[in-house]
Design a protein around this ligand. Structure first.
Ligand code: AMP
Length: 485
């Protein structure tokens, strides 16, 4: 393979205006006197879902207040700020975006006053028809502040002729395509909803108190664990849950349709200690590793994970193959955004900053290196080199999912197609590029088995190019990407 191809790949940021991907975490709570504090803790547990900005909106049943800022949850909120967010209802959001518009204007929750009263919203996912809806709304006089697709929802709610917020929301949600797990806050109620395909997760839990219970919602159950809430079940695809003074109602806002839950939540995105789509993530990942060992076994001395993403799959691989598991790559967990770069270029500085090999575990060893995914291939190439330079005699790369061949339009940050190494190169070419002695991916069938997808409830579009929503829309999006290249 001509390796120069890779050196001329375009930069890794998306040069387009439309938001096509937004990895986020959402949280909501109803009926707890310390709502803002618990939302802060919930967001803290969901920090891995977005590190760019975070925000909390609360209601004391008279007024909605909102505070949001750029940065990490623990850096944004001080006790004084939390104290300025009184009330027993709250929603929160943590956001990660690579669209080049990383401005505070796009930080969530969005909070507005409209003819339905004061409302705030936070969103995880990506609305694939947001561009069309926005153009139509603008033509009719709506004014937008941010470039994020979430603002469209607020405009649709405000324009609805329905008298109640729930009615207006129902009407708005039916106009949206794509992925959304949404949490809304009104003065006296919390409403949450999940798109009819159920792309992104949204869990429901309860928190027992001395004098009753509070209701909580979160992208992942790890947020419940931190606040001692109990996971009850998921908000179903196409379901809207309203909690107000009159109690809780759960209703379908859209007819039952095929589900398309994001399998990448289990492969990489969610925390292993979470239950996502009703399944423990750690179990799925160990299954991935076990099946990978069955499919692509190789004679070697040690199984080494790429931390942290490859750890659970490597545990599964090691237990299935009987080859010892060794943490021979150590991750520095304190790598921040700012560090002083050496004035003289150090080779592979970025990866070295994050990972360091344990030489005595690798020297003279045939190594199976397990990672969850290989996207552009640039990281794997550096890690394979690092392991070899530390004395490994052979490096066998094993990836616990199928080749990533197509971009995600439903809320995961994947590069555009021409940057996805597997979209344009054979496995042998990729092996050569990452300089491994062998390379194997997991098969799609095994991925399905690992998450026990017996009823075809998952989305595998990034591995198959088969998008579960309207193709016309997707082709428009792909074409839009192409035009901006
Ligand atoms: P590369 O092949 O160089 O693009 O990088 C692959 C690495 O990126 C793997 O270790 C994955 O764990 C990680 N990765 C895969 N998908 C994502 C994503 N959507 N966001 C952040 N990291 C990711």
């Amino acid at each position: 393979m001509n390796q120069r191809n890779f050196l001329t790949l375009p930069p890794t940021t998306y040069p387009f205006d439309d938001k096509l991907h937004e990895e986020c975490g959402v949280f909501a709570i109803y009926g707890h006197p310390e709502a803002s504090n618990l939302t802060y803790l919930g967001l803290y547990a969901l920090q891995h879902r977005g590190q760019e900005s975070a925000g909390i909106a609360t209601s004391d049943r008279r007024e909605i207040r909102c505070y949001k800022s750029m940065g990490h949850v623990a850096d944004i909120f001080t006790p004084e700020q939390i104290a300025c967010l009184p009330g027993d209802l709250a929603i929160g959001h943590t956001r990660y975006s690579t669209a080049g518009d990383t401005v505070l204007l796009n930080a969530q929750p969005f909070s507005v006053a409209c003819n339905k009263g004061q409302i705030a919203v936070a969103h995880n996912g990506n609305i694939t028809n947001a561009g069309d809806l926005r153009r139509e709304l603008e033509r009719e006089g709506s004014i937008f502040q941010a470039s994020s697709d979430t603002e469209v929802i607020l405009h649709l709610v405000a324009r609805s002729r329905e008298r109640t917020l729930a009615g207006a929301l129902r009407e708005a949600l039916l106009q949206l395509d794509g992925a959304f797990s949404l949490v809304f806050l009104a003065r006296d109620r919390v409403i949450v909803a999940r798109d009819p395909h159920g792309f992104r997760p949204l869990a429901f839990g309860e928190l027992q108190m001395d004098n009753g219970k509070a209701y909580v919602f979160a992208s992942e159950t790890c947020a419940f664990d931190l606040i001692n809430a109990e996971y009850v079940n998921d908000v179903e695809p196409g379901e809207m849950v309203c909690i107000g003074p009159e109690g809780m109602t759960r209703e379908r806002f859209a007819p039952e349709g095929p589900h398309a839950q994001c399998v990448f939540e289990h492969v990489y995105f969610s925390r292993p200690d979470s239950i996502v789509f009703g399944r423990p993530v750690q179990e799925s990942r160990e299954n991935l590793g076990r099946l990978l060992a069955q499919e692509s076994g190789v004679d070697a001395d040690v199984v080494v994970p790429v931390p942290d993403s490859g750890v659970a799959a490597a545990i599964g691989y090691a237990s299935e193959s009987g080859i010892p598991f060794r943490q021979a790559l150590i991750r520095n967990h304190y790598v921040g955004r700012t560090f002083i770069e050496p004035s003289q270029a150090i080779r592979d500085f970025g990866v070295k900053l994050k990972l360091n090999p344990v030489r005595h575990l690798l020297e003279g060893k045939r190594v199976i290196l397990v990672d969850d995914s290989l996207v552009r291939g640039t990281t794997s190439r550096k890690i394979v080199r690092m392991v070899r330079n530390a004395g490994a005699t052979e490096v066998h790369m094993r990836i616990s999912c199928p080749p990533t061949i197509s971009p995600c339009f439903y809320g995961v940050d994947t590069p555009r197609e021409n940057e996805l190494i597997a979209a344009n190169h054979s496995i042998e070419e990729i092996r050569e590029y990452v300089e491994a002695d062998s390379l194997a991916y997991l098969s799609l069938d095994s991925l399905r088995r690992a998450v026990a997808d017996n009823n075809k409830e998952y989305c595998y579009a990034c591995y198959t190019r088969e998008y579960p929503t309207e193709l016309v829309q997707i082709e428009e999006l792909v074409a839009a990407r192409g035009r901006r290249r």
